[in-house]
Design a protein around this ligand. Structure first.
Ligand SMILES: [Zn+2]
Length: 72
């Protein structure tokens, strides 16, 4: 069952956020315009994957993102 996750606009530039999976074991939300992103959340199975997607979407939606320009 696919769950639709709502993403707000980028807190930095108001661009579009995108859920990005890396290597099949971690996920983050990244802005397609300015590359601001959340921390990565790791997962080991499908249930953790869904929870990780929700967690990074939540971080994104409350503006907890890292701007790549700060080099963090
Ligand atoms: Zn942005």
């Amino acid at each position: 069952m696919e769950e639709i996750i709502m993403l707000e606009e980028c807190p930095i530039c108001r661009g579009a956020g995108m859920i990005l999976h890396e290597g099949g074991w971690s996920v983050q939300v990244e802005c397609v315009d300015c590359s601001a992103h959340t921390v990565y959340m790791e997962y080991n199975n499908d249930q953790e994957k869904a929870e990780a997607e929700r967690a990074v979407a939540h971080l994104w939606n409350i503006g907890k993102v890292v701007s790549s320009e700060r080099g963090e």
